[in-house]
Design a protein around this ligand. Structure first.
Ligand code: TYD
Length: 213
């Protein structure tokens, strides 16, 4: 089988992690070799970077330093997880990927989009996901979902105001507009089960190798 790199994107509270886990279990149950990873935090070094970037509320990074650290995490994930596993013919499913920096550091924080594209291309060696599933939800709905969660890690970005989340959403939609063949928008307001079925159908159409599904 040909290996594939699939990323899930969306604002916090979009339901992407739930959907990613459902897809992971589905593929495993159908004997597909699949690796789950995430950005930031998919590698040993990435876990440390995640603490700084996402969880530690006492650390206030400069915008550019924040971007550099996301790109460093990304480079580690590409080199240590994505490239070797895709080469070995496996599916690599990632909770977030390259579009996060355009959405959060670009549309959210206001850094220059072309500069982010350039740094990301250095981090990835210009490799892009084969498919990106963008789960799109209204930021107000997403914030209500986050507020009703219990026992989750603190995420600095989820604590940002509604306007920030709305800008981030625009950033993801911008990427879908720029790269419609790669980034597929799915409505995240439907039930979890309905969305899962849609994602399974997308994966089936996407990979001809998966006729066993
Ligand atoms: P994640 O663990 O997916 O959190 P959640 O599922 O709660 O949204 O991602 C951690 C945070 O990192 C998320 O709030 C968005 C942020 N992020 C960026 O700001 N830039 C990036 O390039 C990436 C990959 C993530």
């Amino acid at each position: 089988m040909t290996g594939k790199w699939i990323t899930f994107e969306g604002i916090g509270g979009s339901g992407k992690t739930t959907q990613l886990n459902l897809l992971y279990n589905y593929l495993k149950n159908h004997s597909i070799e699949v690796i789950l990873t995430k950005e930031p935090g998919g590698t040993v070094i990435g876990e440390k970077l995640r603490g700084i970037l996402v969880n530690d509320l006492d650390i206030h990074l400069e915008k550019l330093s924040e971007l550099f650290l996301f790109e460093a995490d990304r480079h580690e994930t590409i080199k240590k997880i994505v490239e070797p596993n895709v080469k070995a013919g496996k599916f690599v499913i990632s909770d977030r990927g390259i579009d996060g920096s355009i959405a959060y550091q670009g549309f959210g924080r206001g850094l220059d989009i072309e500069m982010i594209h350039y740094l990301t291309s250095l981090a990835t060696g210009t490799k892009k996901p084969d498919l990106t599933i963008l789960i799109d939800v209204d930021p107000e709905v997403a914030q209500q979902r986050i507020a009703s969660r219990s026992n989750v890690d603190i995420d600095k970005f989820d604590l940002e105001k509604l306007q920030f989340q709305a800008n981030v959403r625009k950033g993801f939609l911008y990427m879908a507009e720029q790269e419609p063949k790669r980034v597929l928008i799915l409505d995240g307001s439907v039930s979890s089960e309905e969305l899962h079925q849609k994602i399974v159908n997308v994966i089936k159409c996407f990979s001809e190798d998966l006729d066993i599904l």
